[in-house]
Design a protein around this ligand. Sequence first.
Ligand SMILES: Nc1nc2c(ncn2[C@@H]2O[C@H](COP(=O)(O)OP(=O)(O)OP(=O)(O)O)[C@@H](O)[C@H]2O)c(=O)[nH]1
Ligand SMILES: [Mg+2]
Length: 354
Amino acid sequence: MIHKKQKQSEFNINNSVLNDDIFRLVLSFLQITDLCKLQLASKQLRICQLTTEDQYWKDYYMERIHWFSEASKTNRWNKTTGTYDVVILQSELYTKHVEYTENYKQHLIELVGEWMINAEREQQELTREIEGYYAWNDIYVPKEDILNYKLNSNVTSSHYKIVLVGDDTVGKTSLLYTFSTDSFPQYEHLPTTSSDNYSKNCLVDERVCHLELHDSEGHYEFDRLRRYIYPGTDMFCICFSCSLETSLRNVYSKWIVEINRLHPNSLIILICTKTDLRDDPIKRRELLVKRHRKPSSTEQGILLARRMGCFTYVEVGAINNSGMADLHQVMVRGINMWNDPAFKKKQKKSCHLQ
Ligand SMILES: Nc1nc2c(ncn2[C@@H]2O[C@H](COP(=O)(O)OP(=O)(O)OP(=O)(O)O)[C@@H](O)[C@H]2O)c(=O)[nH]1
Ligand SMILES: [Mg+2]
């Protein structure tokens, strides 16, 4: 039986029989986050002092640098050779940081710091880019005003055709699935290859409304086929993901152009998807590491909606059901407001004044 006093001294790491080398070995198995926690525990303890040694950071640093550069590889089309070249995005950052031989922790902090500055700069650049886009008529109405609009009792139609478009993987199918079934799809991304239909019945101002919801294929291979679902649409919803700035840019360079060319003067709303990613620290970090970007902001979405002549702007996160509860209201009230002669008159007046 171990005497109480003896037991205490054996397990007191200050007076431990374990020497520094054994501690080092133990520490080398720990995750860097645990080392950081230990480092903060107490500066007096020898084991905590050991955690500050550069060798732990070296392994972590090298592993991270390798992972960052792997994660940032992308295929870029080479016009001259007619093949895809593997390029590392922001490679100058890695090459600069690979050469270090000491102060690994410090360099890792600097590297991430550079990305954050880069991400902030890119964000400001994107806002300037949106401001410079060709501006369609600004007919923007805030979502809150649409929600306050009361349905006109003279209007008899309660069947509405709504079409969702937007780049592939922005989450159109997931949004429609969640919207119509109240549950997020359990499968990973299955690219839509035919225009599927969903439907939803809802009650707005005591009127039963039927929403006929059309999914579409986001991939450019389907550009020719997609247009066949457009005729008779009451509302187009252009979707982009807040974590994919190419999908935001394509609102301007592809989707608005396509709809306005094939069906001018249609009612279009802009939907920003996957807003849960803005609050998810792991996903934010992944975006920072892979593309040195931050998710696009609400202000940028509203600005884009105004420049693109969209009627309103909505944000949703299908995965956590955020923004989904009043989406049917925005759709039904939005279509009715758009077709209201009093509203059209007001819109025309303000367009003349501009
Ligand atoms: N984090 C998050 N992921 C989502 C959300 N919505 C969809 N996703 C994921 O995004 C991926 C693409 O979703 P889809 O709904 O298939 O995208 P899509 O726009 O229909 O794509 P195409 O059919 O190829 O045009 C899937 O892996 C989904 O699980 C969301 O709200 N949050
Ligand atoms: Mg789909």
